[in-house]
Design a protein around this ligand. Structure first.
Ligand code: ATP
Length: 383
């Protein structure tokens, strides 16, 4: 995003309190969205991509935006960034209404949308950081120390003077993140920031995101289909489906609120028993004697399976008694029973009806190019 006279702080991203200002705890949130709606097209063929969404993101927090393909995440982010004009609703960034003054409101906002595509590949890593600091309105010499720290923490120091085009994909992605942070943005939108990264690079990037939020007060809105990344990094998760927010809570609260799932172990649990249970209960997983787990019909075991030995069933409260009755009626001698904590992925499937990364009610894309194109346009650059 174009940034105006961005701050030239060299060690911290957070504003602190200046004389005459309200204390930090009274400061407006980094992002406040109210009643935001966006419909594409007219008449019967129109799509209500975002449907009356309200969302507040506190300073220094990391919020994960999740949802199946077509849920409205991209449109919501585009509306928030001013790339798409919403039909109704308001967006305030650090208290500033974006319709009152776009340039000022977005002064400390930036976005990394599909990673490496936004960098200048012919420039070196350090030249990219200096360039993006400059277009953010910051003298690059004044933030040299900040750039050194970013390069160090993202393990890019050895490549600082290498043209970006010569780097691996993972490194390019880390350069993109560094570029986004080079000018001192205080609110950043990161679209699939770890997509395609190897395990080590992903870990480095996650660690740096956590540190930036915790130590420097950076506010991050992160969209990802990777539940591990979301669990690892995000303070809070906002799930969207069909243009609406269907859940907004911490990972722990979402998992604990998902209801009890019990795991029943027994040599008597075979395919016939599982089929019987499926008629009355929500069977979440089946564990075979080979140790493979089948979830929601997606079998991942090999060919030589002899049959399940454990089954996971959603059975909180009275349903547990019903389950025990059903097992007894099916001639199953229970060898072990335990409560299983649902994964964030289970919560996602429950709320949206689809697996992460799959389409929701609409398989169509945005129809107007992806976010990375929009971001590149808004920043006036091309790789
Ligand atoms: N420019 C457009 N014209 C028409 N329909 C659009 C346009 N942009 C988005 N849509 C529709 O709006 C809905 C929400 O799309 P959006 O891209 O915001 O979802 P998403 O959650 O970001 O999906 P993904 O995970 O695939 O990126 C979809 O039905 C999509 O087809």
């Amino acid at each position: 995003m174009a940034r105006g006279a961005a701050s030239e702080r060299d060690g911290s991203l957070s504003d602190g309190v200046r004389p005459g200002e309200e204390p930090a705890d009274a400061a407006p949130p980094a992002l406040a969205i109210e009643g935001l709606s966006k419909r594409f097209g007219d008449g019967a063929a129109s799509v209500l991509a975002v449907d009356d969404v309200g969302l507040t993101v506190e300073r220094g927090s990391i919020v994960g935006l999740l949802g199946p393909n077509g849920a409205g995440k991209t449109t919501l982010i585009k509306c928030t960034l001013g790339i798409v004009l919403p039909d109704s609703g308001s967006v305030r960034v650090f208290g500033a209404d974006v319709t009152d003054g776009r340039r000022a409101a977005y002064a400390n906002v930036d976005a990394m949308l599909e990673g490496a595509r936004n960098d200048y590949w012919r420039l070196t890593v350090r030249e990219n950081l200096r360039y993006f600091a400059t277009i953010a309105g910051v003298d690059p010499d004044s933030v040299r120390g900040r750039h050194d720290r970013l390069l160090d923490r993202l393990e890019l120091t050895a490549k600082a003077d290498t043209p970006v085009r010569e780097l691996s994909r993972g490194m390019k992605q880390k350069v993109s993140l560094a570029s986004v942070l080079a000018g001192g943005a205080e609110l950043v939108f990161l679209d699939e920031p770890t997509l395609g990264l190897d395990v080590e690079s992903s870990r480095t990037l996650r660690r740096e995101l956590r540190r930036l939020a915790r130590e420097e007060g950076l506010t991050i809105v992160l969209s990802s289909h990777d539940m591990d990344v979301v669990e690892d990094v995000c303070d809070r998760v906002v799930m969207m489906a069909n243009g609406r927010i269907v859940a907004d809570d911490t990972v722990a609260a979402l998992r604990s609120g998902a209801g009890d799932v019990v795991r029943v172990v027994s040599a008597d649990v075979d395919d016939a028993v599982v089929a019987t249970l499926r008629e009355r209960f929500d069977v979440r997983g089946v564990e075979t004697d080979l140790g493979a787990v089948e979830r929601d019909g997606d079998r991942r075991d090999g060919g030589d399976r002899r049959g399940p030995t454990a089954v996971e069933v959603a059975a909180g409260g009275d349903a547990l008694y019903d389950l025990m009755d059903a097992l007894r009626a099916a001639g199953v001698t229970v060898e072990g029973i335990e409560t299983v904590r649902p994964e964030l992925e289970d919560v996602f499937v429950d709320l949206t009806g689809v697996e992460p990364g799959e389409g929701g009610s609409d398989e169509g894309g945005s129809g107007e190019g992806d976010l990375s194109d929009a971001a590149a346009d808004s920043r006036g650059r091309s790789p």
